[in-house]
Every structure is written in structure tokens, then in C-alpha cells.
Design a protein around this ligand. Sequence first.
Ligand SMILES: [Zn+2]
Length: 293
Amino acid sequence: MARHPRLWAAAITLVFAAAAAGCTRAQAATSPSWHAASTSPSPSAGSPSPSASPSSAAASPSPSATSSKPAPPSAPPSASDTPASPKPSKPAGQATGKGPSGSIAVTGTSAVALTFDDGPGPYTSQILDLLAKYHVKATFCVIGRQVHSYPNEIRRIVADGHTLCNHTWDHDEQLKTRTDDQIRDELQKTNDAIHAIVPDAKIGYFRNPGGNFAANTVAIAKSLGMKSIYWTVDPRDWANPGTQSIITNVESHTRAGAIVLSHDGGGDRSQTVAAYRVLLPYLKPRFTLIALP
Ligand SMILES: [Zn+2]
């Protein structure tokens, strides 16, 4: 029995370690199985959230909330949430900061960039539909080996005026530990897969899986013409924290210049889709929303 407290402590440590790892998931990046498993739409795909209501942006986030520091799990909707003001009030301040190894964590202007990772997948078209409805452009960080299964989504991302970002061939979160040739191959194969569908597609950005940028991955991406992008706001939607948690996190943390990380792939993204039904009409009157140029 005496060991139980230690086991609990170990378990809690593991939970927080996983929570701190950005879009890290339990699946091994080298395992071919998680792709198939993670791209099966659930029966509830696209079902609306029962409780998606805008909340106030008046909440004052902690300084760490918009940084790359590991944050505690998103706070649940609380009594501090107040009904949405009929008149949009712009959150004060401007996002600042840099990502690891020289990656970009802000847009560099007052514009806000929405970024969607781990697609293309079965939820990508739902995100594209929402972006089209609100005339918002975004940036998609795609996983190379999924591209051939979703050619229409890749075509539409480009045709709709969104921009593309390379998220490696197989979401290798240990990318920085590979040889330069292996890293270059991960990135080049992904660009080739996109260009097989849209030959002249511009792929101007790279996002290291898990945000695990290092000097080698950033430099090789640069040699292939891609800027490395981190993020400012991470609603942890990949962990399915609840639609309202995603909404509250993005609404309370987004500042002018922010890069918002979300996911259109990597599992059941129905919470993300439901959240953006609320977030797009919230964000649009408050910020200039751009696809990273
Ligand atoms: Zn990812």
C-alpha cells in the first residue's frame, strides 16, 4: 500500500508531462497505425456542441497563458465568464515572443493567424466550410503521408486562398534527433506530395511536430524555403478538452499579432469544429484574420 502514493505521483507527473507537450500525442510518430486510427471519423463528426456560447474576452490571462511555457490544463468555464457584450471589445495588448530555436510565434503585425495542424483529414472540409462562411483565410500545417488521401481538401485549401505549412511526412516528434538527410527527406516528401496535387502550391512554412523545433530542423526547413512557425495561443484542442474550453481559451488569450494553434486532424476534431462555429464570429470583428503570407 505504501507504494500507492508514489504511483499516483508518477501518474500525475506523466499526465502533466503529456499535457505540456503541445500537440504531442501518445502515438509513436513512426507507427503507421495511428494515422489510420486517427483519421476515422467518429459517428458524432460534425454534431453541434450543445453549449457553444460566446464568452467575454474581459478575462485577464496570466502572463504564461500566451507563451510557449507549459500551462496547466485549460480552466473550465467559470463564474468569471460573463455574457457576450453586444459591442465587440478588443482584447488589449499585443502578443509578443519568439518560439524555440528562432521559430516565429507571432505574425509580426497586428493581424491574427489561425493555423490548423495534423490534417488533411475527415474534418478538414468542415473547417474549410466554416472559414468560407466567414470569409476568413488560415494556414494549414499538413502531414505529408495523409495528403494523397485528401486531394480535394488540398486543392481547396489552395483554391480558397489559404496557405500551406509542412508538418513533416509522418508527424515525427523526434525529428530533431534524425540525420540531416532524414530531416530533409521528411520535409521534401511532404512538399512533393502536395505538389503532386497542386504543382504550383506555395509551401512557405514549417511547423515541427510537437513544436519541438531545434537548430537543425529550423535550418533545413529554411534551406527548403520555409519559415518555422510556432504559436502564441494553444487551446489544446488535440486533447478534446471540451468545446467550451477551446472557445474560452482562444477568446481569452488571443491578442493582436497572435498565431493560434488548432487542429483539423489527428483524431476526432468535432470539438474543434464546434468551437470555431463560435470563434470565427467572435474573432472576425475584433481582429484582422490572415493566412500567413
Ligand atoms: Zn501536430
